[in-house]
Design a protein around this ligand. Structure first.
Ligand SMILES: [Zn+2]
Length: 119
């Protein structure tokens, strides 16, 4: 079996990128390893201007939605890296066939072959 070093490097680069983006809008949950929480806006800075408070809350909600997406991507990437270490990377979780190389190139964290993809 090939060693997937190229995909490992792609996944590691993606992990670094996602963690960088997450660290801008979230912080690591000290209680749960690998979990991130959106950073709350500092509403105390805003001096009782309802419009500014509303803006700040809206910004926080948008960031929270982005945070959830980035965290889901990061979990996929981390899971793929774990599969590389475990030797199960590149195998469809449904039919156990090797995942097509083109599919892995398009999505290195893919868990299924083209026939069984869900996206
Ligand atoms: Zn399959």
């Amino acid at each position: 079996m090939e060693n997937f070093i190229e995909f490992k490097n792609l996944l590691l680069a993606e992990k670094t990128r996602l963690e960088g983006e997450l660290s801008g809008i979230a912080h690591k949950n000290p209680d749960i390893k690998g979990d991130w929480e959106p950073s709350a806006p500092d509403l105390n800075i805003v001096v009782a201007d309802p419009d500014e408070v509303a803006d700040s809350i809206e910004k926080f909600e948008n960031q929270a939605a982005i945070e959830v997406e980035l965290e889901a991507e990061l979990m996929n990437v981390t899971a793929a890296l774990t599969r590389i270490e475990a030797g199960t990377y590149g195998t469809c979780t449904i039919c156990k066939a090797p995942i097509e190389e083109a599919r892995l190139r398009a999505n290195p964290s893919a868990r299924t072959c083209i026939a069984h993809r869900e996206e």
